[in-house]
Write a protein that binds this ligand. Structure first.
Ligand SMILES: [Zn+2]
Length: 127
């Protein structure tokens, strides 16, 4: 669903709401519901008291981009082949940063820090 924004505000921010595009709906035990971005769903102060999470539908294209980025993050061989310097990496990280409202350069740096590239070598051909 486009246009929903994260309404998490962390303690000490004078009720400043995050405002990034939301990807989660959280229901508190009081029954009060609010929206969260991925980051605030993981670490936001108001996420602590949520008892039920529901994913907010993103476009199929956005889901596909994030699925490939997760595959790169979780498989060092894919990170080796599709890391920085590849056209795929530039396009995927730009698309996802736009989707989540993040700075592209910062997202690329932080994302790549979570990757563990493993050198891929061609197997010798069988005789
Ligand atoms: Zn947020």
């Amino acid at each position: 669903m486009a246009g929903l924004r994260c309404t998490n505000s962390n303690i000490g921010t004078f009720n400043h709401e995050c405002g990034k595009p939301a990807s989660w709906r959280g229901v508190h035990k009081t029954g009060h519901a609010q929206y969260f971005c991925d980051q605030c769903q993981a670490t936001g102060d108001e996420a602590n008291t949520v008892v039920t999470w529901t994913g907010v539908a993103r476009s199929a294209a956005a889901e596909a981009v994030w699925a490939v980025l997760k595959a790169i993050r979780d498989d060092g061989r894919k990170a080796w082949l599709l890391g920085p310097g590849s056209n795929s990496f530039e396009l995927l990280t730009a698309a996802h940063a736009e989707e989540i409202g993040a700075d592209v350069a910062m997202f690329r740096r932080e994302f790549w820090e979570s990757c563990r590239p493993e050198r891929v070598v061609a197997a010798p051909e069988a005789e």
